[in-house]
Write a protein that binds this ligand. Structure first.
Ligand code: GAP
Length: 441
């Protein structure tokens, strides 16, 4: 596959209603994106699979949905007001700002000035805090500055005591959350890869402090998260682990590994697995003066639990799933674009076509099948143009099955079901359609 896959995905995403630039008719807002009718289905499917695997399929986790805006002291306690920053340099010629730790972007910018015979010089690097501020309150002049959460994590840790008190959980256990996070990124870009508003899917796994068990739990979650991506169809050959260098680690991390994806813009972080130790609970105990230690009934001791976290980006995973699924095939002298998305992720599970649009009996029968199926799954309807074109249009958005209602349907109540990947067609009894499609997931 060629290196222009990213441009192709950006174009397909806009043209077919997956992802649009945020506030586009007003000239956009850098680092923001809107998910269109197909994008929101894909995103919901991804988040649902995450929730299913991490909450419903397990006995040692619970879910949570905390507020985006939090008391500003939370971010002092968590260390983000002090340490959540990236090094920034400014071009003295045009005042554009860049991340000092992204040399390739700096070189590219400098080359542009050199080409125009302009001077190139940079300010000294300085730390730039990534928290996004908002003003809250009804009275002008008395408004409080709050931060939109820079990571969804802190909503979990400030609720540790509430979860223990209400759910009576014993260690070890995990808290799962999915939701928006906001970062004032210096250089948003590469489509949704680095945005200023994005979604995270996380697990905070609380455990008794012990280095050997922490290593086991850490290794378990590394493997488990890698397994999840592969189980949803991501090519294992495009995935790898990478350990953070000492100077790369976030302020809270004792150990940090990324799951990286080999994308057209290089190997890039998709999810981070972090050993946060007792950083969060101890700091919040100290800053809030509320005791967040855990009483261990077995050993009759109190301690601050350790946390192993796994933190994925929903938007990044979605982008990488799209890139990974994109394929072009020669078909009768034409290029057939197929998004080979796993059926669990595909925005539409099936499309329904009457063979021709001008035969009322066929259309009526097809409409009935469409509306019956729609009660069980997301289904598309298409009666435009010839069947071949309709197949192509569904292949491009990753619809796993196309159902055609033809003259035989009127005789024996069967339809053809065409498989996106093999292009093979099965004859299926209408009554069994939804179980047939579900069995293919
Ligand atoms: N709670 C830990 C945490 O937030 P992180 O490595 O800063 O760790 C976790 O972020 C994940 O969130 C990343 O692996 C990435 O997938 C996603 N992410 C972070 N910054 C992002 C951004 N600016 N745009 C899109 N996704 C981002």
């Amino acid at each position: 596959m060629t290196d222009n896959r990213m441009e192709k995905i950006v174009s397909l995403a806009k043209r077919r209603g997956f992802i649009f630039p945020g506030s586009e008719i007003y000239g956009g807002l850098a680092g923001t994106w809107d998910y269109g009718p197909l994008g929101v289905e894909l995103k919901n499917n991804l988040k649902r699979e995450f929730w299913r695997t991490l909450v419903y399929d397990r006995e040692d986790t619970v879910g949570l949905d905390a507020a985006i805006m939090m008391n500003p002291k939370v971010w002092e306690g968590s260390g983000h007001t002090q340490a959540f920053s990236d090094p920034l340099v400014e071009c003295k010629t045009c005042h554009e700002r860049f991340r000092a730790d992204h040399p390739e972007e700096i070189e590219e910018h400098a080359a542009g000035h050199t080409k125009k015979k302009e001077p190139v010089s940079w300010t000294e690097p300085r730390q730039f805090n990534l928290l996004v501020e908002a003003k809250l309150g009804a009275v002008e002049g008395e408004k409080t500055t709050v931060y939109l959460r820079g990571e969804i994590t802190q909503g979990v840790h400030v609720n540790f005591k509430n979860i223990i008190d209400s759910m009576h959980r014993k260690l070890p256990f995990g808290v799962v959350q999915v939701g928006k996070a906001f970062r004032n990124e210096i250089t948003p870009g590469n489509f949704t890869f680095r945005s200023r508003e994005f979604e995270q899917m996380e697990l905070q796994y609380y455990m008794k402090p012990d280095e050997r068990s922490a290593k086991e739990v850490f290794d378990y979650w590394k493997k488990e998260r890698m397994r999840w991506y592969v189980s949803l169809g991501m090519n294992a050959g495009h995935l790898r682990f990478r350990e953070h260098e000492e100077d790369e680690k976030a302020h809270y991390a004792r150990a940090a590994w990324d799951i990286e994806y080999e994308s057209p813009i290089g190997w890039k972080e998709m999810e981070g697995i972090h050993h946060r130790g007792d950083w969060d609970l101890s700091r919040h105990s100290q800053f809030s003066t509320v005791d967040l230690t855990y009483f261990d009934e077995e050993i009759k001791e109190r301690y601050a639990p350790w946390v192993i976290e796994t933190s994925g980006g929903v938007d990044r995973a979605l982008l990488f799933f799209l890139l990974d699924a994109y394929s072009e095939q020669e078909d009768k002298g034409k290029i057939r674009v197929v998004l080979k998305l796993h059926p669990k992720l595909a925005p539409c599970k099936a499309a329904v076509f009457p063979l021709v649009a001008n035969k009322p009996q066929l259309v009526e029968k097809a409409r009935k099948i469409y509306s019956d199926l729609k009660k069980h799954m997301v289904v598309a309807w298409d009666d435009r143009g010839n069947i071949g074109k309709r197949y192509y249009a569904q292949d491009e958005i990753g619809t796993p099955h196309c159902i055609t209602i033809d003259y035989q349907t009127l005789e024996d109540d069967t339809v053809t079901v065409r498989d996106r990947d093999t292009m093979k067609q099965d004859r299926v009894v209408v009554e069994t359609l939804s179980s047939y499609l579900e069995s293919k997931e």
